[in-house]
Design a binder for this molecule. Structure first.
Ligand SMILES: [Zn+2]
Length: 399
């Protein structure tokens, strides 16, 4: 990480504030209390979001400094973990990076792999994880590495690191992104706000002007616009609204998938690497739970058929876009099963326990979040203590 990026992370990180740097039961209580809220839907206010991030960090710090994660490990660590990643690329120096949680550096990935290897954990493909869960073969703990969306940096920056550790991994491709016709609206929104000094959104029939004149204002505007987009009825509407903002502020959102995502020809050679598995991630990267049943099935089946036709290999594994409770739940889990996917992963936090074998299309993951790229958090994350706190110490959360 660049020095400026480190300084930025330190400045934002309450762990560097002495009030937060000691184990403190109040922090555990706050952490547990807040984590009961739906991470996607209920925490509307910016202040609450900031607090949540701060409390997660403080909670991870508290776990780390108290050593509690070592004590909790035997009960909580489970039989395996599926790590969730998005971008892997060198850090940027920009202060305004609202999507930073979606990227880690190649160096951090290298540290994670070394940490997992040092724990004596097998790094396996999703096929092998599926076999172990089906056959209840839990003699050795396993870890899977999964990357969502199909970013080109997965090839350019992640693959070399994964090769050094001979570590297989899965990339879930949204077929419109590979086609070059999709919309990565969260990237487009970041680019609009980065160049605008204010943006207008229409909420409840009234035009609301969001200040974006400096980095703090941009951060707040992004959160507010993001929350507003979550209230729209469908992903098509989200894309329409973001495209309007792009047109107004001179951002070419149609060019973003070609710029960031692997095309079909690129995916063909990438998929030929024996370490690589390609999974499906819908056609348009939609929130499946907001779609009709027919459309949700079309999105899931259609993306798999497209990948299989383009790459001439089976796509047996699936990742729900967004993956949280209001984007993937019982209906989608049943659909994935009925469509014949071997596994499907959510973004719900958790380690893999033997009981997860009964819910192969509702698997939890451990996010390698760009806001927490600190090696000392790794032992906390891989102990399962942090995700167990999220889940109120329930081992399986598949409803
Ligand atoms: Zn995604």
């Amino acid at each position: 990480m660049h020095a400026a990026a480190v300084a930025r992370t330190r400045a934002r990180n309450p762990a560097n504030d002495s009030r937060f740097s000691h184990p403190d039961n109040r922090l555990f209580n706050r952490f547990c209390h807040i984590s009961e809220l739906d991470p996607s839907g209920s925490l509307r206010a910016i202040a609450m979001k900031q607090l949540r991030n701060n409390v997660i960090r403080a909670g991870l710090d508290a776990l780390y400094f108290s050593g509690a994660h070592h004590l909790l490990r035997p009960i909580l660590a489970g039989v395996g973990a599926i790590f969730m990643l998005h971008h892997v690329r060198p850090a940027r120096d920009d202060m305004f990076q609202p999507n930073q949680h979606l990227e880690i550096t190649p160096d951090f990935l290298r540290e994670v792999l070394a940490h997992v290897r040092a724990l004596g954990v097998d790094i396996v493909s999703m096929d092998e994880a599926h076999r172990r869960m089906r056959e209840r073969d839990f003699a050795r703990r396993f870890a899977c590495f999964t990357f969502d969306d199909g970013y080109r940096d997965n090839r350019d920056h992640a693959l070399p690191v994964m090769r050094d550790h001979n570590a297989p991994f899965t990339v879930y491709v949204a077929s419109d992104f590979a086609e070059g016709s999709g919309r990565l609206w969260w990237v487009a929104l970041e680019r609009v706000i980065a160049r605008a000094s204010a943006i207008d959104i229409v909420r409840d029939g009234a035009t609301l002007s969001l200040d974006a004149h400096d980095d703090d204002a941009k951060q707040a505007a992004f959160q507010q616009a993001h929350d507003w987009l979550q209230t729209l009825a469908s992903d098509a509407e989200v894309q329409r609204e973001v495209s309007k903002l792009c047109a107004r502020h001179g951002v070419d959102d149609a060019a973003i998938p070609r710029e960031l995502c692997m095309s079909w020809p690129e995916l063909r050679s990438f998929a030929a690497d024996p370490l690589v598995t390609i999974g499906a991630h819908t056609i348009s990267h939609c929130n499946l739970a907001r779609e009709s049943e027919a459309e949700a099935v079309r999105q899931m089946r259609g993306s798999r058929e497209r990948i299989e036709a383009e790459l001439q290999r089976p796509a047996l594994h699936f990742a729900y876009p967004y993956g949280y409770r209001t984007a993937a739940a019982a209906r989608e889990f049943a659909m994935a099963r009925e469509l014949g996917f071997a596994t499907a992963v959510t973004t719900r936090p958790g380690m893999i326990f033997p009981e997860n074998a009964e819910h192969l299309t509702a698997l939890p993951r451990v996010s390698l979040n760009g806001n927490y790229q600190t090696t000392r958090f790794l032992s906390v994350l891989t102990s399962g203590a942090a995700t167990a706190m999220w889940n109120g110490f329930r081992r399986v959360n598949a409803a």
